[in-house]
Write a protein that binds this ligand. Structure first.
Ligand code: GRF
Length: 202
């Protein structure tokens, strides 16, 4: 089954690009119907435009009331008939208007093994802590930062002598494989949220 995606971004959009590329390569049975950006300067907007994807940019003023912003976003996502909403470097939390419109259908990707190293500087924080293993998490979003049922995780070993830049590069490589992979599991209808919020992949 082909699914329709909405992607929320704020920045460079390399995860968005990985999804675009996976679709073009026939590895992801999906279409991206709308890219929403919280920042007009997000480079990801250019990636979307180059791929012929409709975009929506929200102004800072709209975010003065995050619920109002999320009502606008939810309305647009529904208008284009989106099945799932993928946050990809979206530096804002999603609130009830989006979560209620897409229950268990809003995903986020985080560059650490949750619940460790939540927040906007997860790779640096894990590196500074001196962990030997970190990784990537894809999870359903709820109305807290970096929380919600975990769908998939991949571990990344921190090699001796690596700089934070080397770790960052490896984490992003893994992200770019994992997000399209999880999206394909959604397209195949294989991701289920069981009682207690645990995610089961069949
Ligand atoms: C990624 O590391 C993602 O895990 C985090 O923000 C970054 C976004 O990168 N939430 P990009 O905009 O997809 O290049």
């Amino acid at each position: 089954m082909s699914i329709k995606l909405g992607v929320l971004i704020s920045g460079s959009g390399t995860n968005l690009q990985a999804l675009i590329d996976a679709i073009a390569a026939g590895k992801l049975d999906a279409s991206i119907e709308l890219v929403v950006s919280s920042r007009p300067s997000a480079y990801g907007l250019r990636r979307a435009e180059e791929a012929g994807i409709q975009t929506l940019t929200l102004s800072k003023e709209i975010y003065a009331d995050p619920t109002v912003a999320d009502e606008v976003i939810a309305t647009e996502l529904r208008r284009v008939g989106v099945d799932y909403v993928l946050m990809a470097g979206y530096m804002r939390m999603v609130h009830d208007p989006i979560l209620a419109a897409f229950p268990n259908r809003v995903l986020n990707i985080h560059p650490a093994l949750l619940p460790s190293f939540k927040g906007a500087h997860a790779i640096q924080d894990a590196f500074d802590y001196g962990v030997k293993v970190t990784g990537v998490t894809v999870h359903f979003a709820d109305n807290h930062y970096d929380c919600g049922p975990i769908i998939a995780q991949r571990a990344v070993e921190v090699e001796e002598g690596w700089t934070v830049e080397q770790l960052e590069a490896r984490i992003h490589e893994v992200e770019h494989e994992l997000y399209p992979h999880v999206a394909q599991l959604l397209a195949e209808g294989r991701v289920h949220v069981a009682e207690g919020g645990r995610v089961v992949i069949d």
